[in-house]
Design a protein around this ligand. Structure first.
Ligand code: F3S
Length: 293
């Protein structure tokens, strides 16, 4: 029997990079301690990833999470603050630096690119239009790099209701994880309404690639295993996609949830995982299936 693990399973590039950054900082501080020098406490600005096990593991190693801007304001000691892949507003960097904290920036380069676009375009007087969820930290971070007014829309209905002044120049960007189809619909509506808009499609393909690969793998597999958090919407979506292609699709959080029953004629088991599933869990599941079936 063949077991195939999707290449795009688990952390995307940006999240992987951010989590590795934290472990790197831990190692550096351990080295400093071993040399008998003064160490600095490590903080992350918000949880580095929406995965309890990872956050707990980091907590055990002494990493604290700054949950709110007030947590940062209340810091009375020196320390290292790691910015997560979502990125943050420009003002956060300024405040951290003013407090004498060392900033380690793990903003995903794809998000950073959006910050650079909106900073430049808004400084030239363009109005920034963001297609995304206004309450998402990534979008709030993007807004925090704009000079002047910004508008955020979430769907084509809101796009249809937009009104801009005549001759107003607009720069449109998207939240990296926004749905491609919905984004296109919004752009079409805005263009049709004749606004002077330049569009930067800043959607990141990591999610789409993971979904496309899962669909393809599930269509060949006799059994499909999707690993992801119960509350993770991208993992649930992966499960739905796989279930459409493969009736025997299992949705598990960890190996403990897996009660695998393989049909006799099963020849291919496919495995994929949501964006916040750590590698060690994926490895555990993979080697268990390889060993036992
Ligand atoms: Fe991940 Fe960066 Fe894309 S955080 S989803 S690789 S924008």
């Amino acid at each position: 029997m063949e077991v195939v693990l999707a290449k795009s399973a688990g952390f995307c590039f940006g999240v992987k990079r951010a989590v590795e950054t934290v472990y790197e900082q831990i190692r550096e501080q351990e080295k400093t301690a071993a040399e008998g020098k003064k160490t600095l406490p490590i903080y992350t600005y918000g949880p580095i990833i929406h995965n309890e096990q990872v956050v707990e593991d980091l907590a055990k190693k002494g990493v604290k999470v700054l949950e709110t801007p007030e947590d940062m304001e209340n810091l009375r000691e020196e320390g290292i603050v790691i910015i997560r892949s979502h990125g943050v507003e420009r003002s956060v960097y300024e405040k951290l630096q003013k407090k004498g904290l060392t900033v380690v920036d793990a903003t995903c380069p794809f998000v950073k690119k959006i910050h650079n676009i909106v900073e430049k375009e808004s400084s030239q007087g363009k109005k920034i239009l963001i297609v995304g969820n206004p309450t998402h930290p990534e979008v709030q971070g993007i807004m925090g790099w704009c000079d002047g007014e910004t508008v955020c829309i979430e769907d084509p209905e809101q796009a249809a209701k937009l009104t801009f002044k005549e001759n107003e120049e607009v720069c449109l960007v998207s939240q990296t994880t926004f749905n491609h189809k919905k984004f296109k619909e919004c752009v079409e509506i805005i263009k049709k309404n004749g606004y002077n808009t330049n569009v930067a499609d800043t959607i990141c393909n990591a999610t789409e690639e993971r979904q496309t690969e899962a669909r393809e793998l599930a269509s060949r597999a006799d059994v499909m295993i999707v690993i992801g958090g119960a509350h993770s919407s991208n993992s649930r979506k992966l499960y739905e996609i796989c279930r459409e292609q493969c009736e025997n699709t299992y949705f598990i959080q960890t190996l403990d949830d897996l009660h695998l029953e393989l049909p006799k004629a099963a020849r291919l088991v496919g495995i994929t995982a949501g964006a916040s599933t750590p590698n060690n869990i994926i490895e555990e599941v993979q080697s268990y299936v390889r060993r036992n079936f």
